[in-house]
Structures are given as structure tokens and as C-alpha cells.
Design a protein around this ligand. Structure first.
Ligand SMILES: NC(=O)c1ccc[n+]([C@@H]2O[C@H](COP(=O)([O-])OP(=O)(O)OC[C@H]3O[C@@H](n4cnc5c(N)ncnc54)[C@H](O)[C@@H]3O)[C@@H](O)[C@H]2O)c1
Length: 256
């Protein structure tokens, strides 16, 4: 597939995985439309020779204005996301709703708007937490489970559009600061970006990063509850034990 003249929109592109996706896409020759709540996304777009604009994925008008910055978005990457970590009964009021608004409704909104205007491929950065629920990430995992559930139905309904999910383990970005990685090594944003670019070239519904995690997830699903509990204990990080003090700066900026 030629990449010349193909425009890929990336949400949450100011930093972390989104910025890495933007850089990888430009290296591969795609045109990019970058969006974020953070105005620095415009500078990144300028640096990469793409188009950038403010975007709040929780707001339909903001999303429509952003998509209208280019003649057409051929591919959309729903990447924007936020995460609160801690014991479920200590989560402040409204934080679950905020995560749902960005991680679930933001990606659903993007998918429907981009599909209506003719995008042919829509990649959503979900998470291995679409399948596995680490302690300390109850609401976050719920948003990613919800995304998987919605996409399974929507892919049957949206004819002519390829819906794809990329499901990474823990990635070294500010969203994951202070968290543990469990039985798998921490990924770089570039590893996830690489997977996203490959999925755009050859769309498939689910891509785990790293790929071997798909085997663990399938085995986990088949085990009786006692086996599941044992595997959780060995492989899935308990994020109630994350360094919550280190996370305060991120969470006060993104979740309050
Ligand atoms: N870091 C991880 O361990 C990890 C693992 C699996 C999946 N993910 C997913 O990857 C995606 C990117 O996460 P990241 O780790 O790069 O996080 P990050 O915090 O480094 O970057 C997320 C970006 O999204 C933007 N954003 C937040 N709310 C927004 C909104 N309402 N509208 C537009 N932009 C908004 C932020 O400003 C930020 O620039 C998220 O969907 C996250 O859930 C992350």
C-alpha cells in the first residue's frame, strides 16, 4: 500500500505513544493530522511537517473541527487516554467517569465520526487491560474492556471500515509512571508505534504488544478460577502497590 497522500489522524499525539506513532508514520511517508488537549501538539506537527490542532476527544464539536483541518482523514488512530491508579475504594468521585469519557467515549466518538467521513481504517490503542484487570486499575481496565466489547459489535456493523485494536502491556510513558510491569518487560512507545504502523499496512482486529501476550491471554481465559488466580499472582502487577506519590503530578494534571 502506498503511503503517499494517505492522511492518518492521531489523537493524544503530544507525547508518549501518540507522539511516537506520529514520528513513525512520518518516517513511513504518511501525512499526519495530530491532535491533543496540549497545545504543544501544534509544535510537534510543525516539526514533523504535518498538521496539528487542539483536540478534546470528549467533545464532538472539537473532534469535528479537528477532523476538518485536513481534506480527509483516511486512517484514524484513537490513542488519547488517561489512567488513575490506586485502591478502587479510594478512587475520588468522578474519576471513573473521566476515564470512561476519554478512553471509551472518546474512541467511540472518533470511530463514528471518522467512519462517517469515509476513513477506511481505524486503529484504537486499547490495552492488555481490555482482557486482564490488574488490582489498582479497576476503572481503567473497565474502560478498556468496554472498548473491546463495543468494537466487537461495531466491526460487524461498519461495512467498508477496518476496525483494529492494538493491545500493549505496560509502556514507559507518563501515564504509567510509578506502576509495576508484572511478568513482562516494560515496552517503549516506539514498540507500540511500530505495531500501529504495521496494523495500518495490514489491518487485523487484535494485535497484542508484545505478540506473545496473546498466548497468555488465551490460556488465562481457559483456566478454572483457581488457575486464573495463580496466574494473576505471578504475571499481573498489583497496582495498588504502585508508587502513588510519584503519580501525583501526572494525576493532578490529567485527572482533576
Ligand atoms: N503507558 C501504558 O502503559 C499504556 C499501556 C497500554 C495502553 N496504553 C494506552 O495508550 C494510549 C496513550 O497513552 P500514553 O501512555 O502515551 O499516555 P500519555 O499520558 O503519555 O499521553 C496521552 C496523551 O493523551 C492526551 N489526552 C488526554 N486526554 C485527552 C483528551 N480529552 N483529548 C485529547 N487528548 C487527550 C494527553 O494530553 C497526552 O498527551 C492511551 O489510550 C493508554 O490508555 C498505555
Amino acid at each position: 500500500m502506498t503511503t503517499v497522500g494517505v492522511t492518518v489522524g492521531v489523537t493524544g499525539a503530544a507525547r508518549g505513544i501518540g507522539a511516537a506513532i506520529a514520528r513513525s508514520l512520518r518516517s513511513a511517508g504518511y501525512d499526519v493530522l495530530l491532535g491533543d488537549l496540549d497545545a504543544s501538539v501544534v509544535e510537534l506537527a510543525e516539526e514533523l511537517g504535518g498538521t496539528g490542532g487542539l483536540l478534546d476527544v470528549t467533545d464532538t464539536q472539537s473532534f469535528e473541527r479537528w477532523l476538518a483541518l485536513v481534506p480527509k482523514v483516511d486512517v484514524l488512530v484513537n490513542n488519547a487516554g488517561i489512567m488513575w491508579v490506586g485502591a478502587a475504594d479510594e478512587e475520588p468521585e468522578g474519576v471513573a467517569e473521566k476515564q470512561m469519557a476519554v478512553n471509551f467515549h472518546g474512541a467511540v466518538r472518533g470511530t463514528l465520526l471518522a467512519a462517517r467521513q469515509g476513513a477506511r481504517t481505524i486503529v484504537t490503542v486499547a490495552s492488555v487491560a481490555s482482557y486482564v484487570s490488574p488490582a489498582g486499575e479497576a476503572s481503567y481496565a473497565a474502560t478498556k474492556h468496554a472498548l473491546l466489547g463495543w468494537m466487537k459489535a461495531a466491526r460487524q456493523e461498519l461495512s467498508g471500515v477496518q476496525l483494529c485494536l492494538v493491545l500493549p502491556t505496560v509502556v514507559d510513558t507518563e501515564l504509567a509512571v510509578g506502576t509495576a510491569s508484572g511478568g513482562v518487560p516494560r515496552l517503549t512507545p516506539e514498540q507500540v508505534a511500530d505495531a500501529v504502523v504495521k496494523v495500518i499496512v495490514k489491518p487485523r482486529f487484535e494485535t497484542f504488544v508484545p505478540a506473545r501476550v496473546s498466548v497468555l491471554v488465551r490460556v488465562l481465559a481457559l483456566l478454572p478460577q483457581r488457575g486464573k488466580d495463580a496466574m494473576y499472582g505471578r504475571l499481573v502487577p498489583n497496582q495498588t502497590k504502585a508508587d502513588l506519590a510519584v503519580r501525583q503530578d501526572y494525576e493532578s494534571r490529567r485527572l482533576s
